[in-house]
Design a binder for this molecule. Sequence first.
Ligand code: NDP
Length: 459
Amino acid sequence: MQIINPATEEIISELQETSKDELRRILDSLREGQKAWSQKSTKERLECIIRFGELIQLNVNELAKILTLETGKPLQQSLNEIKGAQNRVQHLRKNAEKWLAPETLVDSGSTHEKIVYEPLGVIANISAWNFPYNVGYNVFLYALVAGNSVLYKPSEFATLTGKQFEKYLWQAGIPENVFQCVVGDGKLGQQILEADLNGYFFTGSHGTGLRIAKTVAHKLVPVQLELGGKDPLYIMDDVSDVKQAAINAAEGAFYNNGQSCCAVERIYVSEKIHDEFVDAFVAEVKSYKIGNPTSLETFVGPLTRKQQIKFLENQVIYALNKGAILLSGGKEIEGKGYYFEPTVLTHCNHEMDLMKEESFGPIIGIQKVSSDKIALELMADTNYGLTAAVFSNDEERALHLLNQLNVGTAYWNCCDRVSPNIPWSGRNNSGVGSTLSTQGIRAFVQPKSYHLRSLPSEN
Ligand code: NDP
């Protein structure tokens, strides 16, 4: 498999893909390794994860360079991601033993009722390329701490990073027959679905997620899907600092080139402040430094996948045909690399797929609205349900809208944000199940309920 640098289109590495026979051997060894791994205490397993976190920190510059080379993520954002994802390790350090300990619910008289949390076994972690540290950690760290072995299939666009995870997990003391990173594309993913695993944990697009759920349904094992979104942001008329709101909204839309599952994908602005907001928004976007992702000053690098360029161009053309106005960008940047101009369109409406289908790129549609009621209707007009954000000076007014939206995450005066303290989950086409928090670790265990009754003694 060739690994291509999206900034230069040069081949940076060639790797041998995992064959079907090799996959079978790996799965056998993971099954064997899991038995011993699950017998260790949570504390012992946690110690390996903490060591892994330390190794990642020690090697952060080298790892960020690899991430930038294979995905085109600007170097500063690669560093941010690697450092930011460490909060999962710290959160597990603080809580994992408590979350995984047996719980006694009834302990009265002769009857005892308790729950013991047992690992699932060998799980598959099929992952996306856009934030490989964040989305990888959300699954494999929690699964490992809970006593599972993990078959990790990174996206073909983040394979080198996946191999680094493997190297440092092994160095940290996780046995080779407990974590394995396989190399391949969707065809290998398909073989993993056909193999005998105890759970499937997927991060990726709605289309692939749906295919996975259908393919493995007959196995009756846990399937968790973290999928895409079409996340709305509404700027209310009472926002006191419109310029700051525009800066924050632009960052939410364009960070990582818009290739975030929870990127702001569409913006609604009250007509009272619309023009002021748009002016500040466009000025901010035009100030972004575009170019070589290995420069620490760059904010917008190349797209990771070449095929996304055509997709974005089509969204722009279709929106313009339906009456949108282009204020910035709109096309591919000529030359080497998969660059696309940061693009802002106003006068948008829901006849445009730009406002309905996930863009996953540096492109945003803005629509003027005349009331909270209309904004709410538009925000809810989607099959996705990942996040929604409202910017307002009035918490009660913002929550009144957010409470009515069918999303996994609601933001007031912030956006494009994930925290290890609270669950990360999507609804409808954005997926099923939760990662992070207590719920995120319970996803990797199965409860066994004990009803224990002591018999009366003879005398
Ligand atoms: P894809 O759905 O294209 O791929 C995801 C993973 O599935 C990759 O490892 C891919 O392999 C693999 N795959 C592809 N085909 C199959 C198959 N038939 N069977 C099994 N596995 C398969 O998504 P992307 O990698 O492009 O990720 C972008 C998407 O992920 C966006 O929609 C984004 O919103 C979403 N996402 C959601 C997050 C969330 O937390 N909700 C977080 C991050 C991203 P390969 O790439 O090698 O082809």
